[in-house]
Ligand binder design. Structure first.
Ligand SMILES: [Zn+2]
Length: 476
Protein backbone atom coordinates (compact mmCIF):
# COMPACT_ATOMS: atom_id res chain seq x y z
CA UNK A 1 0.00 0.00 0.00
CA UNK A 2 1.52 3.29 -1.13
CA UNK A 3 2.45 5.74 1.59
CA UNK A 4 3.18 9.37 0.75
CA UNK A 5 4.54 12.15 2.89
CA UNK A 6 1.87 14.83 2.95
CA UNK A 7 3.17 18.36 3.62
CA UNK A 8 -0.34 19.29 4.76
CA UNK A 9 -0.28 16.94 7.76
CA UNK A 10 3.48 16.63 8.15
CA UNK A 11 3.10 12.86 8.12
CA UNK A 12 3.61 9.89 5.89
CA UNK A 13 0.10 8.69 5.10
CA UNK A 14 -1.59 5.81 3.38
CA UNK A 15 -2.51 7.02 -0.09
CA UNK A 16 -6.23 6.69 -0.76
CA UNK A 17 -7.65 8.68 -3.64
CA UNK A 18 -11.07 10.25 -3.34
CA UNK A 19 -12.48 7.96 -6.00
CA UNK A 20 -11.34 4.35 -5.80
CA UNK A 21 -8.87 3.44 -8.51
CA UNK A 22 -8.63 6.94 -9.92
CA UNK A 23 -6.05 9.62 -9.18
CA UNK A 24 -6.38 13.31 -10.01
CA UNK A 25 -2.90 14.74 -10.02
CA UNK A 26 -1.73 18.34 -10.59
CA UNK A 27 1.86 19.45 -10.82
CA UNK A 28 3.01 23.07 -11.17
CA UNK A 29 4.51 23.66 -14.60
CA UNK A 30 7.06 26.19 -15.82
CA UNK A 31 6.89 29.93 -16.34
CA UNK A 32 8.18 30.11 -19.88
CA UNK A 33 10.60 33.03 -19.93
CA UNK A 34 13.80 30.98 -20.32
CA UNK A 35 14.95 27.39 -20.88
CA UNK A 36 14.47 25.32 -17.76
CA UNK A 37 17.51 24.40 -15.71
CA UNK A 38 18.42 21.20 -13.94
CA UNK A 39 16.80 22.37 -10.71
CA UNK A 40 13.47 22.94 -12.49
CA UNK A 41 13.87 19.55 -14.12
CA UNK A 42 13.73 17.66 -10.82
CA UNK A 43 9.96 17.96 -10.23
CA UNK A 44 9.24 17.37 -13.93
CA UNK A 45 11.12 14.07 -13.86
CA UNK A 46 10.20 12.92 -10.36
CA UNK A 47 6.47 13.56 -10.73
CA UNK A 48 6.43 12.07 -14.21
CA UNK A 49 7.74 8.90 -12.56
CA UNK A 50 5.25 9.12 -9.68
CA UNK A 51 2.43 9.40 -12.19
CA UNK A 52 3.75 6.37 -14.07
CA UNK A 53 4.26 4.44 -10.86
CA UNK A 54 0.63 5.04 -9.90
CA UNK A 55 -0.37 3.65 -13.31
CA UNK A 56 2.01 0.72 -12.78
CA UNK A 57 0.06 0.00 -9.57
CA UNK A 58 -3.17 -0.07 -11.53
CA UNK A 59 -4.60 3.38 -10.92
CA UNK A 60 -6.17 5.40 -13.67
CA UNK A 61 -4.36 8.73 -13.48
CA UNK A 62 -5.51 12.09 -14.79
CA UNK A 63 -2.49 14.34 -14.84
CA UNK A 64 -2.37 18.10 -15.39
CA UNK A 65 0.74 20.20 -15.73
CA UNK A 66 0.19 23.82 -16.66
CA UNK A 67 2.26 26.27 -18.65
CA UNK A 68 2.43 29.79 -17.23
CA UNK A 69 2.67 31.77 -20.45
CA UNK A 70 1.74 35.08 -18.85
CA UNK A 71 3.67 36.49 -15.93
CA UNK A 72 5.68 39.52 -14.86
CA UNK A 73 8.90 37.60 -15.45
CA UNK A 74 7.86 37.08 -19.06
CA UNK A 75 6.90 40.72 -19.49
CA UNK A 76 10.23 41.91 -18.00
CA UNK A 77 12.34 39.52 -20.05
CA UNK A 78 10.48 40.41 -23.24
CA UNK A 79 11.16 44.07 -22.61
CA UNK A 80 14.87 43.38 -22.06
CA UNK A 81 15.03 41.46 -25.32
CA UNK A 82 12.78 43.90 -27.13
CA UNK A 83 10.27 41.29 -28.28
CA UNK A 84 6.56 40.83 -27.63
CA UNK A 85 5.78 38.85 -24.47
CA UNK A 86 3.63 36.40 -26.47
CA UNK A 87 6.51 35.73 -28.83
CA UNK A 88 8.94 35.10 -25.97
CA UNK A 89 6.49 32.81 -24.18
CA UNK A 90 5.80 30.89 -27.37
CA UNK A 91 9.50 30.31 -27.99
CA UNK A 92 10.23 29.01 -24.51
CA UNK A 93 7.04 26.96 -24.32
CA UNK A 94 8.19 25.14 -27.46
CA UNK A 95 11.64 24.64 -25.98
CA UNK A 96 10.04 23.32 -22.78
CA UNK A 97 8.15 20.60 -24.65
CA UNK A 98 11.26 19.73 -26.65
CA UNK A 99 13.33 19.35 -23.51
CA UNK A 100 10.66 17.30 -21.70
CA UNK A 101 10.57 14.98 -24.66
CA UNK A 102 14.35 14.61 -24.62
CA UNK A 103 14.16 13.79 -20.92
CA UNK A 104 11.61 11.07 -21.61
CA UNK A 105 8.83 12.83 -19.69
CA UNK A 106 5.40 11.69 -20.85
CA UNK A 107 3.06 14.41 -21.99
CA UNK A 108 0.42 15.35 -19.40
CA UNK A 109 -3.26 14.60 -20.06
CA UNK A 110 -4.01 18.29 -19.73
CA UNK A 111 -1.55 21.08 -20.48
CA UNK A 112 -3.54 24.25 -19.76
CA UNK A 113 -2.01 27.62 -20.60
CA UNK A 114 -2.89 30.65 -18.54
CA UNK A 115 -3.78 32.78 -21.57
CA UNK A 116 -6.49 30.26 -22.46
CA UNK A 117 -8.04 30.39 -18.98
CA UNK A 118 -8.43 34.10 -18.38
CA UNK A 119 -12.22 33.93 -18.58
CA UNK A 120 -12.40 31.23 -15.88
CA UNK A 121 -9.90 33.16 -13.77
CA UNK A 122 -12.03 36.32 -13.91
CA UNK A 123 -15.05 34.25 -12.88
CA UNK A 124 -13.14 32.75 -9.94
CA UNK A 125 -11.86 36.14 -8.77
CA UNK A 126 -15.38 37.61 -9.00
CA UNK A 127 -16.70 34.77 -6.85
CA UNK A 128 -14.03 35.48 -4.23
CA UNK A 129 -14.91 39.18 -4.24
CA UNK A 130 -18.61 38.31 -3.79
CA UNK A 131 -17.75 36.13 -0.81
CA UNK A 132 -15.73 38.85 0.87
CA UNK A 133 -12.37 37.13 0.32
CA UNK A 134 -11.33 39.49 -2.45
CA UNK A 135 -11.25 43.29 -2.54
CA UNK A 136 -10.47 45.73 -5.29
CA UNK A 137 -8.16 48.72 -5.02
CA UNK A 138 -7.59 50.89 -8.09
CA UNK A 139 -7.95 48.08 -10.61
CA UNK A 140 -6.01 45.50 -8.56
CA UNK A 141 -7.79 42.73 -6.67
CA UNK A 142 -6.26 41.23 -3.52
CA UNK A 143 -7.05 38.20 -1.40
CA UNK A 144 -7.85 39.05 2.22
CA UNK A 145 -5.82 36.43 4.11
CA UNK A 146 -7.27 37.27 7.55
CA UNK A 147 -10.69 36.31 6.24
CA UNK A 148 -9.57 32.75 5.50
CA UNK A 149 -9.22 31.12 8.91
CA UNK A 150 -7.18 28.14 7.62
CA UNK A 151 -4.49 30.39 6.15
CA UNK A 152 -1.07 28.95 7.04
CA UNK A 153 -2.21 25.33 7.36
CA UNK A 154 0.12 24.05 4.64
CA UNK A 155 3.26 25.83 5.75
CA UNK A 156 2.26 25.03 9.32
CA UNK A 157 2.52 28.58 10.57
CA UNK A 158 0.13 31.24 11.76
CA UNK A 159 -0.42 34.45 9.87
CA UNK A 160 1.65 36.34 12.43
CA UNK A 161 4.56 33.89 12.15
CA UNK A 162 4.43 34.11 8.40
CA UNK A 163 4.46 37.86 8.53
CA UNK A 164 7.55 38.09 10.66
CA UNK A 165 9.29 35.19 8.88
CA UNK A 166 8.72 36.11 5.28
CA UNK A 167 9.93 39.24 3.63
CA UNK A 168 6.62 40.79 2.81
CA UNK A 169 6.59 44.19 1.25
CA UNK A 170 4.39 46.76 2.84
CA UNK A 171 2.07 48.07 0.19
CA UNK A 172 -0.24 50.94 1.02
CA UNK A 173 -2.89 49.47 -1.26
CA UNK A 174 -3.19 46.25 0.73
CA UNK A 175 -5.13 45.88 3.97
CA UNK A 176 -2.54 43.41 5.22
CA UNK A 177 1.01 42.91 3.90
CA UNK A 178 0.32 39.15 3.41
CA UNK A 179 -2.66 39.83 1.15
CA UNK A 180 -1.74 38.76 -2.35
CA UNK A 181 -2.80 39.79 -5.85
CA UNK A 182 -5.56 37.87 -7.57
CA UNK A 183 -5.73 40.34 -10.43
CA UNK A 184 -3.33 43.09 -11.50
CA UNK A 185 -4.13 46.13 -13.55
CA UNK A 186 -2.11 46.36 -16.78
CA UNK A 187 -0.40 49.42 -18.23
CA UNK A 188 -1.41 50.12 -21.83
CA UNK A 189 1.82 48.53 -23.13
CA UNK A 190 1.37 45.38 -21.04
CA UNK A 191 -0.79 42.38 -21.98
CA UNK A 192 -4.28 42.74 -20.56
CA UNK A 193 -7.87 41.56 -20.68
CA UNK A 194 -11.07 43.44 -19.90
CA UNK A 195 -12.50 42.59 -16.52
CA UNK A 196 -15.01 43.98 -13.97
CA UNK A 197 -12.00 45.82 -12.46
CA UNK A 198 -10.73 47.28 -15.73
CA UNK A 199 -8.03 46.05 -18.07
CA UNK A 200 -5.62 43.71 -16.35
CA UNK A 201 -4.14 40.23 -16.00
CA UNK A 202 -4.25 37.36 -13.49
CA UNK A 203 -1.93 37.09 -10.50
CA UNK A 204 0.35 34.05 -10.47
CA UNK A 205 -1.26 31.95 -7.70
CA UNK A 206 -4.82 32.10 -9.00
CA UNK A 207 -3.74 30.55 -12.28
CA UNK A 208 -2.87 27.19 -10.75
CA UNK A 209 -6.06 27.05 -8.65
CA UNK A 210 -8.22 27.66 -11.67
CA UNK A 211 -6.37 25.37 -14.07
CA UNK A 212 -6.24 22.54 -11.52
CA UNK A 213 -9.94 22.78 -10.68
CA UNK A 214 -11.12 23.29 -14.24
CA UNK A 215 -9.27 20.26 -15.55
CA UNK A 216 -9.54 17.92 -12.53
CA UNK A 217 -12.42 19.07 -10.35
CA UNK A 218 -12.91 20.94 -7.07
CA UNK A 219 -11.07 18.38 -4.96
CA UNK A 220 -7.95 16.78 -6.35
CA UNK A 221 -5.86 13.95 -4.90
CA UNK A 222 -2.27 15.07 -5.40
CA UNK A 223 -0.78 18.51 -5.89
CA UNK A 224 2.96 18.48 -6.42
CA UNK A 225 5.74 21.01 -6.81
CA UNK A 226 9.14 22.06 -5.55
CA UNK A 227 9.58 22.68 -1.85
CA UNK A 228 10.16 26.36 -2.53
CA UNK A 229 6.52 26.62 -3.66
CA UNK A 230 4.95 25.69 -0.29
CA UNK A 231 4.82 29.31 0.75
CA UNK A 232 3.38 31.47 -0.56
CA UNK A 233 2.32 29.79 -3.84
CA UNK A 234 0.61 26.65 -2.56
CA UNK A 235 -0.64 28.24 0.64
CA UNK A 236 -2.36 30.83 -1.54
CA UNK A 237 -3.73 28.20 -3.89
CA UNK A 238 -5.48 26.58 -0.93
CA UNK A 239 -6.93 29.89 0.28
CA UNK A 240 -8.30 30.81 -3.14
CA UNK A 241 -9.69 27.37 -3.95
CA UNK A 242 -11.21 26.51 -0.60
CA UNK A 243 -12.36 30.10 -0.13
CA UNK A 244 -14.49 29.68 -3.19
CA UNK A 245 -15.79 26.11 -2.88
CA UNK A 246 -15.79 25.58 0.89
CA UNK A 247 -14.39 22.10 0.10
CA UNK A 248 -10.94 20.62 0.56
CA UNK A 249 -8.86 21.56 -2.49
CA UNK A 250 -6.20 18.90 -2.35
CA UNK A 251 -5.77 15.79 -0.22
CA UNK A 252 -2.01 15.12 -0.60
CA UNK A 253 0.54 17.89 -1.02
CA UNK A 254 3.82 16.47 -2.27
CA UNK A 255 7.02 18.52 -2.44
CA UNK A 256 10.43 17.68 -3.80
CA UNK A 257 13.67 18.83 -2.21
CA UNK A 258 15.84 21.35 -3.98
CA UNK A 259 18.88 20.82 -6.14
CA UNK A 260 22.29 22.16 -5.21
CA UNK A 261 24.93 22.93 -7.78
CA UNK A 262 28.37 21.53 -6.94
CA UNK A 263 27.48 21.82 -3.24
CA UNK A 264 26.12 25.36 -3.36
CA UNK A 265 22.72 26.91 -3.68
CA UNK A 266 21.85 27.14 -7.33
CA UNK A 267 21.43 30.67 -8.53
CA UNK A 268 21.11 32.23 -11.93
CA UNK A 269 22.66 35.45 -10.73
CA UNK A 270 25.79 33.62 -9.58
CA UNK A 271 25.88 31.72 -12.82
CA UNK A 272 26.08 28.36 -11.05
CA UNK A 273 23.38 26.52 -12.85
CA UNK A 274 23.04 24.58 -16.05
CA UNK A 275 20.16 24.29 -18.46
CA UNK A 276 18.71 20.79 -18.78
CA UNK A 277 19.40 20.87 -22.52
CA UNK A 278 23.09 21.54 -21.90
CA UNK A 279 23.32 18.53 -19.62
CA UNK A 280 21.63 16.42 -22.28
CA UNK A 281 24.41 17.32 -24.70
CA UNK A 282 26.84 15.29 -22.66
CA UNK A 283 24.69 12.70 -20.92
CA UNK A 284 21.94 10.47 -22.21
CA UNK A 285 18.45 10.85 -20.81
CA UNK A 286 18.55 7.68 -18.73
CA UNK A 287 21.72 8.83 -17.00
CA UNK A 288 20.03 12.12 -16.18
CA UNK A 289 16.87 10.40 -14.95
CA UNK A 290 18.87 7.90 -12.91
CA UNK A 291 20.74 10.78 -11.29
CA UNK A 292 17.44 12.24 -10.02
CA UNK A 293 16.14 8.86 -8.80
CA UNK A 294 19.34 7.94 -6.99
CA UNK A 295 18.33 10.21 -4.10
CA UNK A 296 14.95 10.25 -2.35
CA UNK A 297 12.84 13.01 -3.90
CA UNK A 298 12.36 14.93 -0.67
CA UNK A 299 16.07 15.15 0.10
CA UNK A 300 18.37 17.82 -1.26
CA UNK A 301 20.30 16.57 -4.29
CA UNK A 302 23.72 17.69 -5.36
CA UNK A 303 24.32 18.25 -9.04
CA UNK A 304 27.94 17.62 -9.94
CA UNK A 305 29.88 16.12 -12.82
CA UNK A 306 30.98 13.37 -10.48
CA UNK A 307 27.42 12.43 -9.55
CA UNK A 308 26.39 12.38 -13.19
CA UNK A 309 29.37 10.22 -14.12
CA UNK A 310 28.50 7.83 -11.29
CA UNK A 311 24.94 7.71 -12.61
CA UNK A 312 26.24 6.92 -16.07
CA UNK A 313 28.38 4.03 -14.79
CA UNK A 314 25.38 2.62 -12.91
CA UNK A 315 23.19 2.78 -16.02
CA UNK A 316 26.04 1.29 -18.08
CA UNK A 317 26.21 -1.69 -15.73
CA UNK A 318 22.57 -2.54 -16.33
CA UNK A 319 22.89 -2.11 -20.09
CA UNK A 320 25.92 -4.37 -20.11
CA UNK A 321 23.76 -7.05 -18.54
CA UNK A 322 20.87 -6.44 -20.96
CA UNK A 323 23.25 -6.71 -23.91
CA UNK A 324 24.79 -10.00 -22.80
CA UNK A 325 21.32 -11.47 -22.53
CA UNK A 326 20.42 -10.25 -25.99
CA UNK A 327 23.48 -12.01 -27.32
CA UNK A 328 22.39 -15.39 -25.98
CA UNK A 329 21.20 -17.97 -28.45
CA UNK A 330 17.54 -18.86 -28.37
CA UNK A 331 17.13 -21.40 -25.62
CA UNK A 332 14.07 -23.42 -24.72
CA UNK A 333 12.04 -21.70 -22.03
CA UNK A 334 12.06 -24.89 -19.96
CA UNK A 335 15.35 -26.62 -19.65
CA UNK A 336 15.71 -30.12 -18.26
CA UNK A 337 18.97 -29.38 -16.51
CA UNK A 338 18.68 -29.00 -12.75
CA UNK A 339 19.37 -25.50 -11.48
CA UNK A 340 22.53 -24.71 -9.60
CA UNK A 341 22.30 -22.92 -6.26
CA UNK A 342 22.86 -19.56 -7.87
CA UNK A 343 20.25 -20.46 -10.50
CA UNK A 344 17.75 -21.23 -7.75
CA UNK A 345 18.68 -18.01 -6.05
CA UNK A 346 18.12 -16.10 -9.28
CA UNK A 347 14.76 -17.74 -9.84
CA UNK A 348 13.73 -16.72 -6.36
CA UNK A 349 14.88 -13.12 -6.95
CA UNK A 350 12.90 -12.95 -10.19
CA UNK A 351 9.75 -14.25 -8.53
CA UNK A 352 9.92 -11.85 -5.61
CA UNK A 353 11.28 -8.82 -7.49
CA UNK A 354 7.98 -7.07 -8.12
CA UNK A 355 6.84 -7.37 -4.50
CA UNK A 356 10.16 -6.16 -3.18
CA UNK A 357 10.24 -3.31 -5.70
CA UNK A 358 6.75 -2.13 -4.72
CA UNK A 359 7.54 -2.51 -1.05
CA UNK A 360 10.43 -0.08 -1.46
CA UNK A 361 8.65 2.31 -3.79
CA UNK A 362 5.58 2.36 -1.56
CA UNK A 363 7.67 3.88 1.23
CA UNK A 364 7.02 7.44 0.16
CA UNK A 365 8.14 6.80 -3.41
CA UNK A 366 11.55 5.58 -2.39
CA UNK A 367 13.23 5.38 -5.79
CA UNK A 368 16.73 4.58 -4.42
CA UNK A 369 15.19 1.53 -2.71
CA UNK A 370 13.38 0.52 -5.91
CA UNK A 371 16.60 0.84 -7.90
CA UNK A 372 18.33 -1.26 -5.24
CA UNK A 373 15.95 -4.16 -6.00
CA UNK A 374 16.67 -3.86 -9.72
CA UNK A 375 20.44 -3.82 -9.16
CA UNK A 376 20.20 -6.76 -6.82
CA UNK A 377 18.46 -8.72 -9.57
CA UNK A 378 21.11 -7.75 -12.12
CA UNK A 379 23.88 -8.72 -9.74
CA UNK A 380 22.43 -12.15 -9.12
CA UNK A 381 21.83 -12.64 -12.85
CA UNK A 382 25.45 -11.74 -13.60
CA UNK A 383 26.64 -14.18 -10.98
CA UNK A 384 24.57 -16.93 -12.54
CA UNK A 385 25.74 -16.02 -16.04
CA UNK A 386 29.38 -16.08 -14.99
CA UNK A 387 28.99 -19.71 -13.99
CA UNK A 388 28.51 -20.41 -17.68
CA UNK A 389 25.50 -22.70 -17.28
CA UNK A 390 23.93 -21.50 -20.47
CA UNK A 391 21.53 -24.41 -20.78
CA UNK A 392 19.41 -22.50 -18.28
CA UNK A 393 19.84 -19.15 -19.95
CA UNK A 394 16.06 -18.76 -20.13
CA UNK A 395 16.43 -17.54 -16.55
CA UNK A 396 18.61 -14.68 -17.73
CA UNK A 397 15.98 -13.72 -20.23
CA UNK A 398 13.36 -13.75 -17.51
CA UNK A 399 15.59 -11.56 -15.37
CA UNK A 400 15.96 -9.12 -18.26
CA UNK A 401 12.20 -8.93 -18.79
CA UNK A 402 11.66 -8.30 -15.09
CA UNK A 403 14.32 -5.57 -14.95
CA UNK A 404 12.72 -3.75 -17.87
CA UNK A 405 9.21 -4.16 -16.49
CA UNK A 406 10.10 -2.75 -13.08
CA UNK A 407 12.14 0.11 -14.50
CA UNK A 408 9.41 1.19 -16.90
CA UNK A 409 7.70 3.69 -14.55
CA UNK A 410 11.11 5.26 -13.98
CA UNK A 411 11.69 5.50 -17.72
CA UNK A 412 14.93 3.52 -17.37
CA UNK A 413 16.53 0.60 -19.20
CA UNK A 414 14.01 0.60 -22.03
CA UNK A 415 16.64 0.97 -24.77
CA UNK A 416 19.15 3.72 -24.70
CA UNK A 417 19.34 6.79 -26.85
CA UNK A 418 22.82 8.17 -27.09
CA UNK A 419 23.49 11.83 -26.29
CA UNK A 420 25.39 14.03 -28.70
CA UNK A 421 28.58 12.88 -27.00
CA UNK A 422 28.33 9.42 -25.49
CA UNK A 423 30.81 7.93 -23.05
CA UNK A 424 32.91 6.40 -25.80
CA UNK A 425 32.94 9.49 -27.99
CA UNK A 426 33.96 11.53 -24.98
CA UNK A 427 36.94 9.23 -24.42
CA UNK A 428 37.93 9.54 -28.08
CA UNK A 429 37.76 13.33 -28.06
CA UNK A 430 39.93 13.42 -24.97
CA UNK A 431 42.43 11.07 -26.55
CA UNK A 432 42.64 13.27 -29.64
CA UNK A 433 43.18 16.36 -27.51
CA UNK A 434 45.99 14.62 -25.65
CA UNK A 435 47.63 13.79 -28.96
CA UNK A 436 47.16 17.39 -30.01
CA UNK A 437 48.85 18.63 -26.85
CA UNK A 438 51.88 16.41 -27.45
CA UNK A 439 52.08 17.74 -30.99
CA UNK A 440 52.00 21.27 -29.68
CA UNK A 441 54.76 20.43 -27.20
CA UNK A 442 56.80 19.30 -30.18
CA UNK A 443 55.78 22.50 -31.98
CA UNK A 444 54.05 20.59 -34.73
CA UNK A 445 51.50 23.33 -35.11
CA UNK A 446 50.22 22.23 -38.46
CA UNK A 447 49.04 18.81 -37.35
CA UNK A 448 47.82 20.15 -33.99
CA UNK A 449 45.68 22.74 -35.75
CA UNK A 450 44.36 20.16 -38.12
CA UNK A 451 43.04 18.06 -35.22
CA UNK A 452 41.32 21.11 -33.84
CA UNK A 453 39.70 22.13 -37.10
CA UNK A 454 38.61 18.58 -37.93
CA UNK A 455 36.97 18.35 -34.52
CA UNK A 456 35.21 21.62 -35.14
CA UNK A 457 33.99 20.32 -38.42
CA UNK A 458 32.07 17.55 -36.64
CA UNK A 459 30.63 20.01 -34.10
CA UNK A 460 33.14 19.82 -31.24
CA UNK A 461 34.36 23.17 -30.11
CA UNK A 462 37.87 23.29 -28.61
CA UNK A 463 39.02 26.12 -26.36
CA UNK A 464 42.51 26.83 -25.02
CA UNK A 465 42.48 28.97 -21.94
CA UNK A 466 45.17 29.56 -19.33
CA UNK A 467 47.12 26.51 -20.40
CA UNK A 468 44.06 24.28 -20.24
CA UNK A 469 42.12 22.78 -23.09
CA UNK A 470 38.40 22.31 -22.79
CA UNK A 471 35.84 21.18 -25.30
CA UNK A 472 32.11 21.22 -25.75
CA UNK A 473 29.54 20.08 -28.23
CA UNK A 474 28.38 22.98 -30.35
CA UNK A 475 24.59 22.70 -30.54
CA UNK A 476 24.08 25.18 -33.35
ZN1 LIG B 1 1.45 26.37 -9.33
Amino acid sequence: MLQLYNTLTGEQEKFEPLEEGKVRFYSCGPTVYDYFHIGNARPFIVFDALRRYLEFKGYEVEFTQNVTDLDDKIIDRAEEKDVEPEELAKKYAEAYFEDLDKLGVKEADYVPRVTEYVEQIIEHVSALVDKGYGYEVEGDVYFRVREFSDYGKLSGRSIDDLKSGARVEVDAKKEDPLDFALWKSSDPDEPGWDSPWGRGRPGWHIECSVMAQTTLGETIDIHAGGHDLVFPHHENEIAQSEGRTGKQFCRYWIHNGLLEFEGEKMSKSLGNFEYAREVLDNYDRETVRYFYFSTHYRKPLNFSEKNLKDARSAVDRVYEFLRTVEDLDAEPENSESPLTDSGKELQDRIETARDRFEEEMDKDFNTPGGLGVIFDLVKQANKFRDEGKNENSYLLKEAKREVQKLAEPLGLFQGREEPSASGMEEGLVELLLEVRNSLRDKQDWELADRIRSELEEIGIEVKDQEGETTWSVDRN
